[in-house]
Design a protein around this ligand. Sequence first.
Ligand code: NAD
Length: 506
Amino acid sequence: MSELNVVSLSEAQLPAEPFRARHLINGEWQASADGATFERVSPSHGKVVTIAGKGGPRDVDAAVFAARKAFDKGGWSRTSGKERATLLLKIADLIDRERERIAFHETLESGKPISQAMAEIEGASDLWRFAASLARTMHGDSHNSLGSDMLGVVLKEPIGVVSMITPWNFPFLIVSQKLPFALAAGCTAVIKPSEMTPATTVILGELCMEAGVPAGVVNIVLGYGDPVGTAMTTDKRVDMVTFTGSTGVGKAIVSAASGTLKKVSLELGGKNPQVVFPDADLESAIDAIVFGVYFNAGECCNSGSRIIVHEDVAEDVIARTVDLSRQVPFGDPLDPSTKVGAIITADHQGKIEGYVRDAEQSGADIRLGGEALDVPGLSGQFYQPTVIANVQSNMAIAREEVFGPVLSVLTFKTLDEAIELVNDADYGLSAGVWSDNVHTCLEFARRARAGTVWTNTWMDGFPELPFGGMKESGQGRELGKYGLEEFLEVKTVTMRIGRTRAPWVS
Ligand code: NAD
């Protein structure tokens, strides 16, 4: 499609050898107990870029054993907040030092643009610094009004051994939303990155070791959801599972974890609406719509894939969105000018295609794209920027995560109708409103069932602000002070002062 902005093969070189990724167990880099490995093929270049250990139950068993022992011995869990903060700050500095290397492997495995990967790694080191600051704020509370002879103290303690299971779309950023907060709390961890993107979690493990994290505190087992993720979820010695991924797998984890009643926190999918009122700054709104849907090729839990536009401005907004979409540089993720890279796998590209064809057959109107994108010189899979109008709320494309660069446009007449459309969803991750009227924005913010609401902006995030979903978008929160709280257990200590206790048997 010549009228799109396509970036062909860049001059950047792929590495001569694939990245070799091994498990990190009790401070040692190890091959799988059975010697098995798997390969990751770059979604943009079609070449093997990583060869990783393919973990099994024996590897998980060893990693959980190490994490349990490290926690129970107290060499990490009972250190001071100051000591933990110092180490987290050191890791943040090492992440900054290795930023280019981490970003490069992130791009090779995920297909995301290198400029975006660089920004994500910078954001990740900031998360480590923020978590370091929280390590020194951990405290419970005291009750001094229970009577003259009683004192109550509420302690916050690390929850224990935490299994962390992460997805492929923001591998380094998401592990950095979990691990530093768990470490700040004093927990130990067993981490499983997605089988699509193991390399950068392994690099993070190297940096943890270099910084001096004690053996067994951070363990990494590479491999597939089954058997690695399932074993990490059912093991009795694990106290908590924190999972980011699809809602379907999140539900499977809840039921697998129920056997041992461990705590589960979940960051899941979204079908996130942006509502555009006629009084909005439309130029800004349209730019945010284009950013919201094409960022990370739409493979983003926060993808603004569902636009709900007032019918008075709908045609104007759609036409301008189509025009702006044509200007977005899609193509080789290693080219610094690229804003949208490859689709994670050929299977996933097929799924995107299926949603678009289904929408077409259901009567929606494809105004742009709707097909695979050919990028000269590259053999991976890419999808055209796609805008679909005349979408109805009951269509699959309006209700399910497409996880591709595909925008659905619905229309509304009144605020009540807009809110009804927003909340007519199984998901509740994020929502946005565009209006110059503060009352419209506030009413929207209070009535939208979503963990995050943006007004006159989209996808701005800060370590200080909690993030998470309502309904089938998850349970629990990451980031902010809540990001630390998730990894803490509450203990009540009730103390009698002096020998004033009346005997029960008199
Ligand atoms: P996924 O659910 O397929 O996989 C996520 C992780 O779970 C991977 O490491 C995978 O190996 C593992 N896994 C698979 N089956 C498992 C099982 N039975 N038990 C334990 N672990 C198992 O998700 P994905 O395709 O990697 O990522 C995309 C999804 O993640 C999307 O739905 C997206 O919305 C969601 N996501 C959510 C957030 C958020 O913060 N809410 C952020 C990023 C991605």
